[in-house]
Design a binder for this molecule. Sequence first.
Ligand code: ADP
Ligand code: MG
Length: 334
Amino acid sequence: MSSSTEQGRDGRENADTLLEVSDLVTQFETYRGTVEALDEVSLTVGENEIVGIVGESGCGKSVTVRSILQLIREPGRIVGGEVAYHGRDLLELSDKQMRDEIRGTELAMIFQNPTNALNPAYTVGHQIAEVAREVRGVGDEEARSRAIELMDDVGIPKAEERYGDYPHEFSGGMKQRVLIAKSLACQPNLLIADEPTTALDKTTEAQLLDLVDEMREEYGLSVLIITHDLRVISRLCDRVVVMYAGQIVETGSTRDVIKNPVHPYTKGLVEAIPRLGDEQTDLESIDGTVLDLVDPNSGCRFYERCPIAQEHCRDEKPALEEKEPEQYAACFEV
Ligand SMILES: Nc1ncnc2c1ncn2[C@@H]1O[C@H](COP(=O)(O)OP(=O)(O)O)[C@@H](O)[C@H]1O
Ligand SMILES: [Mg+2]
């Protein structure tokens, strides 16, 4: 794949690239027409790196993750692009290969709602141990002690005692810890987390983000985290990818992008941070709502809401260009 001198599409030197998504196009056929959910999305995640995708609700963050994992179902379809994991194109793999060789072994996932991801009929310890047994092929006793060790690692107090408890006996934050333990049981290289803390209170959220960071160190994980909240990005991520209406509008190191946002959409997101109350997480400083992705304009999709848009922005699509060192934005006017 890439040599040490090459650069990824988002400009990151990718000698140690684990995941490289290039020009991903995903669409849904609906009665209203074709929803163009992803328009040539490109991003990379390096070894041991934490990358965040941020954008308002409906921007295509979950569709990006589901496309990477080959979880797009009818009426959706991946129309173009490539998802290289360790240089292997995941879009070429069969469902069975994805299931057996990638999902839940190489790549682990955690989602917003931990309750749906746990089986209410089995103890949490059993559910973690089962992964160790099936994926790592260890025996019953070893699986059990591994599960307890993992529960302890992710900060579940009295892990051994709680091994036999059922999911409903855990709080939301503790359930999310159980799920992290469960995903670590398969020793993944990449953890993909879609809004993992959105349903939690702020204190629990902060603790979980710290936990993810610790797990990165301890397990040598790479992490791709999705959030609509820039504060989550600033707390956890090395690099950020800003998405708007199915397009990547800006990417760079978290520090650079938050300190000096280049794209007008990112500027709006950053300006909205101090105005966000604990409950209120809508991005109210940017006027308008996310573009309808059925029959969008062919140029920059932020056109209608953009304070500096020119006529040509509607039909001409700006490419991601390096505007500051290692900081890329897709905008003609900056
Ligand atoms: N199954 C589906 N059928 C039709 N449209 C869909 C489907 N899933 C997602 N979409 C559309 O794709 C776009 C991106 O959705 P999503 O990735 O869930 O947004 P986000 O995660 O950023 O909130 C939205 O316009 C959404 O309506
Ligand atoms: Mg989503």
